[in-house]
Design a protein around this ligand. Structure first.
Ligand SMILES: NC(=O)c1ccc[n+]([C@@H]2O[C@H](COP(=O)([O-])OP(=O)(O)OC[C@H]3O[C@@H](n4cnc5c(N)ncnc54)[C@H](O)[C@@H]3O)[C@@H](O)[C@H]2O)c1
Length: 309
């Protein structure tokens, strides 16, 4: 296991959903963690619920402030604009946060000679013709968000090549778990408001590879190991589930199968990907990581957490 006890670690985006789970894991391992987050989509509760972490409210676009932080051994760069449709409506803002922001965090890593783990996304593959998709499939982004993540990855490559920084790139599929946002939360919000109907954006035939946040946090720890440096890893479960089937599973658990009318809008949002299904054999073989939490087993727990059953 990667030794992180006593290490000085910066988590950008640590007030966010995945940042919360990662920070919790790092603290359990005895690391000295500082969260840097502007709270644009992150929540102060996520910071407060990791009370041993230091918190600096700041923007990754504020290079001066970022570089005035103390020296770190390791940086997890998770802060980002994460919403695909928002990136299509606000491409320059998305680029600023995800591309320019990543460059600033790399500058902080260069100043400190710190190791860095970058959170990238399935969005860099766009709509892959190869399923399950391996890392080597390469960049075919389909949205401004996907492209801004590609730019972040490319800067990581240059900082590795030219400055010799130790960097690992991780690409996440659909991460879920307590405190998550996205399709699971959207459906539960809608059903909580009105259990008689559920509208799915798109055809419902889009499918996603769901991986639990605690499995991702474990992989991120391994991604800081010496054997991971200079490499890129897919972090998913290695299976795919259609959104319509997710809706059916949810209604079944809630006892709403015959009571809720399910409809689809047909048209999805601009930049939406049809299928996410990761080949995770590289992470299994080279990181020694295997996701443990199966979506079908865990959905009930998520629904119970919201006190809906
Ligand atoms: N959740 C997923 O399924 C998923 C999938 C693929 C990739 N990712 C990537 O994982 C990372 C974490 O995502 P998440 O789901 O936890 O999202 P999130 O929105 O919960 O977390 C992002 C965090 O970054 C912070 N942030 C945004 N802009 C900032 C800025 N300019 N300066 C400082 N902080 C800023 C936000 O306040 C938030 O706390 C992101 O890089 C995202 O692109 C997530």
């Amino acid at each position: 296991m990667t030794q992180l006890k006593g290490k000085k670690i910066l988590v950008t985006g640590g007030a966010g959903f995945i940042g919360f789970h990662l920070t919790k894991k790092l603290l359990e391992m005895g690391a000295d963690v500082t969260i840097y987050d502007n709270l644009s989509s992150g929540k102060i509760e996520n910071v407060k619920d990791n009370p041993q972490a230091n918190f600096v409210q700041g923007d990754i676009l504020d290079l001066k402030k970022l570089c005035s932080l103390p020296k770190f051994d390791l940086i997890y760069h998770l802060a980002a604009q994460v919403v695909v449709p928002y990136s299509m409506e606000n491409p320059t803002e998305d680029f600023e946060t995800n591309a320019h922001g990543t460059l600033n965090v790399l500058e902080k890593a260069r100043k400190d000679n710190a190791q860095l783990v970058f959170a990238s996304s399935a969005a860099v593959y766009g709509n892959p013709t190869q399923l399950p998709t391996p890392e080597a499939y390469g960049f075919h982004p389909f949205s401004c968000y996907g492209l801004s993540k590609v730019v972040g990855e490319e800067y990581c490559e240059i900082y590795t090549l030219q400055y010799g920084l130790k960097i690992t790139i991780t690409r996440f599929a659909n991460v879920y778990g307590s405190r998550c946002h996205g399709v699971i939360n959207d459906f539960l919000d809608k059903l909580q408001k009105d259990p008689s109907k559920l509208e799915i954006i798109g055809t419902g035939q889009q499918s996603r590879d769901f991986v639990h946040a605690s499995d991702v946090a474990e992989a991120l720890v391994l991604a800081a190991g010496d054997n991971a440096v200079g490499k890129t890893f897919n972090l998913g479960f290695g299976e795919t589930l259609k959104i319509i089937d997710l809706a059916k599973m949810m209604l079944d658990i809630l006892g709403l199968t015959d009571k809720t009318e399910v409809s689809t809008t047909g048209q999805s949002w601009q930049g939406d990907i049809v299928t996410i299904w990761f080949d995770i054999s590289k992470a299994k073989e080279e990181l020694g990581w295997s996701p443990k939490i199966r979506f079908n087993d865990h959905l009930r727990t998520l629904i119970a957490e919201r006190k809906m059953i």
